[in-house]
Design a protein around this ligand. Structure first.
Ligand code: ATP
Ligand code: LTN
Length: 330
């Protein structure tokens, strides 16, 4: 039997955070043996908010190296850069024509990001989810491992697949999101009501996969908790809840066991130990990253090979779509 297909993407809008790793990337790694996986650094999505060109180029290669360091194996999965496979944006145009404005207007990520950048309300930010749907549908992906925040975008991708299939004829697989319960939403260390995000202005809000041990210790020490003073896992103590989730993500120790072990030890001790758990968990990734960055030729080989593999599938699908909508064959 043919392997089912997995697609996922990550924006090179900065160095990956612990949230990206726990919510998405480590799940990508697990899927590699059982599925035919396509993993993509989505640089075209990243430019929907202003980017400094030389930083974007560096971040794209950094994210690629981090994905390899975190365990993506280019022998098993196609690892590539979105702008290298033109068919994504070509399909995106076709999908734009069957997407309702109202649907895009309801997207919470659009609402949030447009609130943050009133002076740069560009059309790309609005149609962002359509390009994301194209990323997924062009490979006929069955499964899309993402964090909780992408649920609404996944609904749109499913909707567009169904709409296209109904309007023309059966073409796209309707993809399912894969959102793991544990760690699907790691929150900001400074504001536990918003998600940890690499484009946060406050650098204390997130831990980057490349943060130095002392930065990690400092950021965890400063993480917002509460004045209740007792370690417990509940929504009133949202900051603490988030820290417990992070501890659990790295150690797999059940939350109630962590709570009962630290109950009487206070926030200070818990934070100290948590920082060490994170430092230890991230250090193999940082080491592999350092090694890979000394080997740029290898990185180049990986993304070129990845794009070749991806392009072969994507072009086949694009031709099928063009035929169905009535474009003249060239
Ligand atoms: P930005 O903050 O620049 O918008 P981001 O980090 O939120 O970027 P991506 O880089 O596109 O978003 O996210 C890659 C993957 O990481 C997605 O599957 C997303 O759902 C997941 N992810 C992002 N932030 C978190 C988080 N705080 N907790 C869990 N998963 C997350
Ligand atoms: N929108 C996603 C990144 C992304 C993606 C995708 C994820 C772009 N295309 C396709 C899964 C599948 C984000 O902001 N996290």
């Amino acid at each position: 039997m043919e392997k089912k297909i997995v697609f996922s993407g990550v924006q090179p809008s900065g160095v990956l955070t612990m949230g990206n790793y726990i919510g998405a990337i480590r799940n990508w790694v697990e899927l590699q043996d059982e599925y035919n996986c396509f993993y993509c650094v989505v640089d075209q999505h990243a430019i929907t908010v202003p980017q400094i060109p030389k930083d974007l180029r560096k971040n794209t290669l950094d994210v690629l190296a981090l994905l390899l360091a975190a365990g993506i194996d280019p022998k098993k999965s196609a690892l590539f850069i979105q702008s290298h496979v033109a068919a994504h944006s070509e399909l995106s145009w076709v999908l734009n024509t069957i997407t309702y404005m109202g649907q895009l207007n309801r997207m919470t990520q659009f609402k949030e990001k447009s609130r943050r950048s009133e002076e740069n309300l560009n059309a790309g930010l609005f149609t962002y989810p359509v390009l994301m749907a194209a990323d997924i549908l062009i490979y006929n992906a069955d499964l899309v491992p993402v964090g909780e925040d992408q649920k609404q975008h996944m609904e749109l991708a499913r909707d567009l697949a169904e709409r296209f299939n109904n309007r023309y004829s059966d073409t796209f697989t309707v993809p399912d999101p894969l959102i793991k319960k544990a760690g699907a939403r790691i929150m900001s260390l400074q504001d536990p009501t918003s998600k940890m995000s690499k484009s946060d202005k406050d650098t204390n809000a997130y831990i980057l996969l490349l943060d130095k041990p002392d930065d990690i210790r400092r950021k965890i020490k400063r993480a917002v908790t509460d004045s209740i003073g007792v370690i417990a896992y509940n929504d009133e103590q949202a900051g603490l809840k988030n820290l417990l989730n992070i501890y659990n993500a790295f150690t797999n120790e059940p939350i109630d066991e962590i709570v009962s072990r630290y109950e009487n030890l206070g926030y200070g001790k818990f934070k100290e130990d948590l920082a060490e758990v994170i430092v230890e968990g991230l250090s193999p990734i940082r080491e592999k990253y350092d090694y890979l960055m000394k080997n740029k030729d290898y990185l180049e080989e990986v993304y070129r090979e990845g794009a070749k593999k991806a392009e072969y599938q994507a072009e086949k699908m694009l031709r099928k779509v063009y035929r169905k909508v009535g474009f003249v064959q060239r």
